[in-house]
Design a protein around this ligand. Structure first.
Ligand SMILES: [Zn+2]
Length: 292
């Protein structure tokens, strides 16, 4: 049994989980409802999703705290409950975790922009991430994982805050769009610039998640791999959402196709793999079997 997820990474590729957001919607999360508040209000629904991922073969599952920083929570009037929601989130994931597996404390973007595009300055973002990271560290997660960052400047605030709040390993993935000129974040950061800056800031693993399907992510992984010596993260979506009717959201890549390209992603050097939007426990089970 590995003492740290970094020890496990020395031995083999680490399998993360699939989506939380789309799974919560499937479990009944309503439009405009705060997903992170379910840690307190519907804990069993959250824990069920996490238990299914562990059963499917995930080495690590992340907490349902993607939006649980004070700035994002303020949109729901919940900013003052940041610590409570993160502590509850970590407790649920730890309760679902079988022996020898890991819990990642999940952190996502604030949803706001830095000046000049937005109203915020970096110290305000850093303060918000510090509050969240401190709560996740206090709750005893095994590592911190920052995901779906579309602005390198914001991502650097988050890594800085994590390094201040905790001695735990910090994983971070940016989200890239594919353009005719190559892959870029929403704010125009290239993979090379992004990964190098995050490595300098003290991240333990770096990479990409969301937005792209697993086929497009193969191309991105080929570009990212030579840019860093750190373990590389790849968590693509299962294609693009097809909106069928009103309620059910399906994704365009079937799990067989998703997994086929994931194996190419691992061949190209990604060591921390999993799924983002549209993936579920069945996808992760299939991926776990294919990796073996
Ligand atoms: Zn996603």
């Amino acid at each position: 049994m590995s003492a740290s997820i970094l020890d496990l990474l020395q031995q083999r590729a680490v399998l993360l989980d699939g989506a939380m957001g789309t799974e919560l919607m499937r479990a009944g999360l309503g439009q405009g409802e705060c997903p992170d508040a379910w840690n307190v209000d519907k804990p069993e629904a959250v824990k069920d999703i996490q238990r299914r991922y562990y059963e499917a073969g995930s080495d690590a599952v992340v907490t349902n705290t993607f939006g649980a920083n004070p700035i994002k929570l303020a949109a729901y009037g919940l900013a003052q409950r940041c610590r409570e929601i993160n502590l509850a989130g970590a407790r649920l994931a730890k309760e679902a975790r079988p022996e020898g597996r890991f819990v990642g404390g999940d952190m996502g973007p604030t949803g706001k922009f830095l000046k000049p595009m937005g109203e915020y300055v970096e110290s305000e973002f850093e303060e918000a991430f510090l509050a969240q990271a401190a709560a996740l560290d206090e709750a005893g997660v095994d590592f911190l994982i920052i995901e779906t960052m579309y602005d390198l400047r914001e991502a650097l605030c988050a890594v800085k805050a994590c390094r201040k709040a905790s001695p735990l390993p910090v994983f971070i993935s940016l989200t890239f769009n594919r353009t005719p000129r190559g892959f870029f974040t929403l704010m125009g950061d290239s993979p090379s610039k992004g990964l190098k800056a995050l490595e300098r800031e003290g991240a333990s693993a770096v990479g990409a998640n969301c937005t792209l399907d697993s086929e497009a992510m193969v191309e991105l992984v080929k570009i990212m791999r030579p840019e860093t010596n750190l373990p590389l993260i790849a968590q693509p979506n299962a294609g693009q959402p097809d909106v069928l009717g009103k309620k059910e959201m399906t994704y365009s890549q079937g799990s067989e196709e998703f997994v086929r390209h994931m194996l190419r992603i691992i061949d190209c050097g990604a060591q921390v793999v999993g799924g983002c939007c549209g993936t579920d426990a069945a996808t992760i089970r299939r991926l776990a079997e294919a990796i073996k």
